[in-house]
Ligand binder design. Structure first.
Ligand SMILES: Cc1cc2nc3c(=O)[nH]c(=O)nc-3n(C[C@H](O)[C@H](O)[C@H](O)COP(=O)(O)O)c2cc1C
Length: 321
């Protein structure tokens, strides 16, 4: 009922582990794959070793997580063993998505060159991390620079599909998505965390050592869901819906908005690494309970139906006068 194809790659179900969550080493990725994720994404890889920010880097709050991990990475030269161990994923038949970043636009190509030689199933471009000291630069706010990054990586990646990961902080995520698709991106991910902060009033200081960070989890769902809804139909490539998916109903909202895959990150904190299997069985329950035999029957369906009209509030006869 949930089998799917994404960028031509077959998957048992439409869930994927989001980047940076449990994806920091191969053992964790393999565990998540065994526990039911349809695809898994590695922690973003940068060009050189980088240590990330001081603790605390991740805080749980009432509506999700706030993080400023700061893109720690062993750098491309220190990942040989990691990729070697990940060969086990092949036996499980779970696609591997490598995520890459650069601090300058032309560093993405440098990292892509190494990563492509390891033949992941897809490469995701983290052009949207809010937790860097690069003068608050999020490439994904600028359609022009994103197009340059995508075109450069596409030249290097050969036939490996490339995913561009948007930021909800862009004024027009749709323009960024279109620029990426026009430059050759094979898929769009909507989207990364939202730049945010929290203050501990007793300590009278920001809760994160880096002061600000990226907000994820349930509070992010309505924001990123709207981006998926708006991007759908504006680009001819598939969309990964990501942000606040905690249960099957959340995932179905994204599918009805037009997402072909559902990225899950913070919910691993809330529901454990078995969350992928749980979300899938909740989706199946809803689909069969509502007379559907396959997921694609509800794909993008929210675009076809008119929003509810509340009697008494719409179409009220004019009071005249
Ligand atoms: C602790 C943490 C680390 C993250 N690291 C990365 C990362 O390295 N690369 C990336 O593209 N996104 C990263 N993200 C963003 C997630 O991949 C995901 O896009 C975001 O959290 C929204 O999904 P969620 O609400 O299901 O968590 C990170 C998120 C968290 C919470």
């Amino acid at each position: 009922m949930l089998e799917t194809k994404f960028c031509g790659i077959g998957m048992e179900n439409p869930t994927r582990l989001a980047s940076g969550i449990m994806g920091v080493n191969s053992g964790q990725l393999i565990r998540v794959a065994k526990e039911g994720a349809g695809a898994v994404t590695m922690k973003s890889i940068g060009p050189r070793e980088r240590f990330g920010h001081k603790n605390p880097t991740v805080i749980e709050w009432e509506h999700g997580l706030l993080n400023a991990v700061g893109l720690p990475t062993p750098g491309v030269m220190n990942l040989e063993d990691e990729f070697e161990e990940l060969k086990e994923l092949r036996k499980l038949g779970v696609p591997l998505i490598a995520s890459i970043y650069g601090s300058k636009w032309n560093e993405f190509g440098e990292v892509a060159g190494y990563v492509a030689s390891k033949k992941p199933d897809m490469i995701e471009l983290d052009i949207s991390c809010p937790n860097t000291e690069w003068h608050d630069v999020q490439f994904a706010c600028d359609p022009g620079i994103c197009a340059k990054i995508v075109a450069d990586v596409k030249n290097i990646a050969g036939n490996i599909p490339v995913i561009a990961k948007l930021t909800p902080a862009a004024t027009s995520p749709v323009s960024v998505a279109k620029a990426c698709a026009d430059a050759g991106a094979d898929a769009i991910c909507a989207a990364n965390t939202m730049p945010a902060m929290l203050i501990d009033i007793d300590a009278k200081r920001p809760v994160l050592a880096f002061r600000k960070g990226g907000m994820s989890g349930p509070a992010l769902k309505p924001i990123n869901l709207k981006i998926v809804y708006e991007v759908y139909g504006k680009v001819e490539v598939p969309i990964i819906g990501e942000g606040g998916i905690t249960n099957g109903r959340d995932a179905l909202e994204y599918v009805m908005a037009g997402a072909s895959l559902c990225g899950i990150g913070s919910a691993v904190w809330a529901r454990g690494s078995g969350v992928f299997a749980k979300v899938c069985s909740e989706m199946e329950d809803w689909l069969s309970g509502n007379g559907y035999s396959k997921l694609e029957d509800v794909w993008g369906i929210a675009h076809e139906k008119q929003p509810f009209r509340r009697l008494g509030m719409v179409d009220m006869p004019s009071a005249g006068g």
